[in-house]
Design a protein around this ligand. Sequence first.
Ligand SMILES: Cc1ncc(COP(=O)(O)O)c(C=O)c1O
Ligand SMILES: N[C@@H](CCOP(=O)(O)O)C(=O)O
Length: 462
Amino acid sequence: MRYISTRGQAPDLTFEQAMLTGLARDGGLYVPAEVPQMSTADIAALAGLPYEEIAFRVMRPFIGDTFTDEVFADLIAKAYAGFGHDARAPLKQLGPNHFLLELFHGPTLAFKDFAMQLIGQMFQEALSRSGERVTIVGATSGDTGSAAIEAFRGLDAVDVFILYPHGRVSEVQRRQMTTPVEDNVHALAIDGTFDDAQARLKDMFNDFDFRDGVRLAGVNSINWARVLAQVVYYFSSAVALGAPHRAVSFTVPTGNFGDIFAGYIAKRMGLPIDRLVVATNQNDILHRCLTTGGYVTDAVIPSISPSMDIQVSSNFERLLFDAYDRDGAAVAALMDELKTQGGFHVSQGTLDRLAADFASGRASEDETLSTITRARDHMNELLCPHSAIGVKVAEEHLDDAPMITLATAHPAKFPDAVEKATGTRPPLPHRMADLYERSERVTEVPNDLGALEDLIRERIHT
Ligand SMILES: Cc1ncc(COP(=O)(O)O)c(C=O)c1O
Ligand SMILES: N[C@@H](CCOP(=O)(O)O)C(=O)O
């Protein structure tokens, strides 16, 4: 199995190399050269299996010879052992044909744990074999950062630096990043938005002296392994509702397009998915693009769903690569236009191709709040604001195929929004009940590449 860059100019890599590399050296994102297929019989055989076994069967064809079967199965088992639900990703019924996939039973209460816990295990295994150490730098609007810190805290072979937008994450998210005591963890509050943080991260990858000097690695969904681990729950939930014998649809609260892109990969592997519905908040560049063809950036407006306050949606590049028949030069030209002119337009033909797989919708702040209230009152479900956006948009797309909406975070991560909608503050789970008492450790940093690189060079352990 080889991995190729969406911009066509970087060397092909193995799974292990792609995982440890992050961004391709031509600025593109790695994708598998060919998407492995699962037959109807392969998919049918997943019914009733534990989550870990489904994970093994779905991901195995992508990892080549990076791990033996025995080691890979063991890494998967360790990754999900700490989850607070036996099913790992349980389904709940919200309405006659509408289901909620709860992805918040991991250690940091968001879907990011599914991939990050596994990546933590895979990095440890690969780095202990090679004896190397790496510097992980991540950009977060709140959840990737906390999940990454949880997965890598205390590891000898890794320093982890997380850039989050100062004042634009929830207090729980911030405390999850600033309270760990391990000295390989560095929370950095950047003076800017998530888009600024992600842009500086990509600048670091494109500065080869810095990149090679600190042995930079990335655990954002830039990293193919992140996307891969998220493919699994599309299979587990679809099979639970009758796939491959009937098609299902998914609605996905979307920001950086990693989670829904994992659904697209599941579909390309053979899972019968009718529609993938992109649900955005008021930062709706993806909804605008899928309806008009214009991918044009706008200022990020802070919302009550801060993890989705994103206007430059990194993984959309991976989808465009397929939509442009895997023409790396065409994708590179679009990305150049994005950088220099703030946006681009896709052709009507491309838009039609995207419409074959994707639909979209958006929710305003008021609609998000009223959905949280309604779900509590009429569906017996307490939703986080991101999941509420998913439910609202899904309801606009219900038809004959069962609709699965992804619940991407636990309501207790966003207590202010939930209290505003319901009058009640959801309590934190017992194991993090003292989060508000722990002392915080954070460095405020400017939105400046040189300053960030200097700070990282000074701080890393060698
Ligand atoms: C709670 C939550 N919901 C939804 C999203 C959007 O996911 P993606 O960036 O993969 O589109 C994020 C951030 O990634 C998130 O943290
Ligand atoms: N919403 C994310 C943004 C980063 O997304 P990623 O999937 O690329 O890591 C977050 O919570 O940080």
